[in-house]
Design a protein. Sequence first.
Lengths: 621, 139
Amino acid sequence: MKGNTGKIVNVDLTASQVMVETLPEEYYRKYIGGSGLAAKLFWERGDIKADPLSPEAMLLFMNGPFAGLRLSGASRNSVAGCSPLTGHWGDSSCGGFFAPELRYAGFDGLILTGKAAKPSLLLIVDDKITFEDAGDYWGKGTEEVTQALKTKYGKDYRTLVIGPAAEHLVRYTMILNDGHHATGRAGFGAVMGAKNLKAIVIKATKKEMVLADQAAFDVLRKDLNVRIKEAVASNVLHENGTAANLMGGVYSGDVPVKNWTSNFWEESADALTGSTLTDNYLTRRGACAYCGIACKRYVEVKDGPFAIPDGPGPEYETIVAFGTLIGSIDLAATCKAGRICNDLGLDSISAGGTIAWAMEAFERGDLTLEDTGGIALTWGDMDTVIDRILPIISRREGKLGDLLADGSVAAAKKIGKGLDYTVHCKGLEAPMHDPRGGGHGMALTYAMSPRGACHVADPMLFVEMGARYYPEIGFDFMLEPKTGENKAEAAVMAVALGAIENSACFCQFADAEVTIPDWLVLFNTVAGYGWKAEDMMAAGRRVFFLKRLINYRYGLTSADDCLTPRMLEPGKDGEADGSQVDLAPMKARFYELMDIDPVSGIPTPAAMAALDMADEAKQVG
Amino acid sequence: MEFWKDETEPIKAFLALFEAAAADPELFEGLKKVNQLIWFDYTESGPNCSFYIDCRGGELKYSAGKPADTPDLVMSLSADDAHRSWSDKLNPVMAITRKKIRVKGSATGLLKLAPKLKKVAAIYMKVLKDLGWEDKIIK
């Protein structure tokens, strides 16, 4: 096999056994890698009846075909399985340094099942895989554990660590790579916690990779690395991080305020935007493996109530989730909240979204002081958020901690109030882009995304901005963001492109510079597929369909391709005032164009047959 | 050129725009925050078709031609697309993606101005009227 190693490791934590398995090349050709290959393996092997926090649950770590190949943005990895937050298919992408190391060790992925008898860590040194005691690390924060592991094994050992929140099975917990890079969404930290697996530590000395055409790949790799580094967007991201254009988002109405009750808070534009972070708190910039953009931040808040030492800084999502979304424009507080989330192992998007919901519930009287254990939940009260709410969530402590540890949807259901002002799709709290301001097409793709409301499942956010253009495949849309016009047409291509990105594990910021011909050269020189554009797009669509088939097995149908009443209200204030998403016609048109059954929500047999998915069609009945 | 008789017209219009923008307190403050020397290079529409603004050091200067100092940012496009852009009729992100606008240097300063483009466009409409070029206004 060319490009990919072709090998994955099956890890049985109950039996402390590992088994290396060679996968058929066809799997890669059809499902690429990353979240696509994970979906294929989950489709074949996943136990749909298994509770995601049970030993039977399967947790998959999958690389893309370009991991470790010294190409900017192309060394991410996917983590996938049944999400403990949503109860259906979930996947989450992470940058950092794990993927190249796994590839250098000779593997494309790990599949974890079972449950260790005691807190453990998985140590991978090349092809030697052992189970180590992690009792000393259990209960400790990711920062301390990451440092301890690097002290014990070596700074060049790469780490994946969960925090105390994952040990307490909080359903929106992350897995942190090297103390900075988060597999944030869908709650897979808790799956590791349920398996008694505190960490994975990896070091590889081999770097054997056999590509289909190394010389041709190197020519494009060098060219792309220059183009990616010099692109306008990369330059902006490098200088001011992923929040570089937060100011623009504020004025367009994309940045949600107070649990999506408003689309405009003018003062937040200056207070929270990336250049303010740079000017006030940045100490240095950082990058994922081989990336020339370097959008990561290190920050220090030297004094004041939210002082924190030099360390990883917040990205856009965290800045908004612990900023305007919960009624604050205190950037120092956001920095500290992000740091605390990292240490506890909480996904800052779902944490911020759940707290925002709780604050609105408290304001409305749907949550009382009796429900909260005497804690007043007040917009913008960052002291309480940081010192009380996040810690009790992470320990499931008291009524409030336990209530909020399962996410906003479960909390609303539990109290029997407030479901109408949750902000999610399929149980996943929405990211910090409000489609009423950012673009109605994003509302459609939030609703269609198999894992739930997601801005990185596909490039729709960038498409509506005008930042994507692929004339070779007819992707030539000039869209007006605040309408539904041509959004279904654009979404059809966007979901396929997104599936390709997330299966190839390529960063959305970096791959903006990758043209369709570039993509083809990458796949063909690395893996030797001999693909034309239609083959690649078919693979993307196949991956999208397969994830929907998995969800169908979980009982999801077209009825679940929906948004909450709050998200469908007219926008309020600023440029998005009155902007209202009309989801139904976009959804109907999308189904029609994709040949998806409007009742079941899965592709028709003909659509599956056209994508060489006859076996899947048979299995789904 | 679609909108201009010759290469002097667009520069006359754009310099008048910046003169008017500098008189607006909000835009003046916004421009100062950009804190860059920017060369607007429209030479694809004529060899002398360019101007620059210098917002460094809390001041605002602007003049026709290429600046003597090395600019922090160069924006290269046609004079027609510049007209569309100042009229808020050209999505700058889309134009950059489609290579209608080529950017060299740091665009972070300009991001601070992006939310003000509607106001800039309104001033530009008035400038065009004052110059007797109402026919150039894009409906």
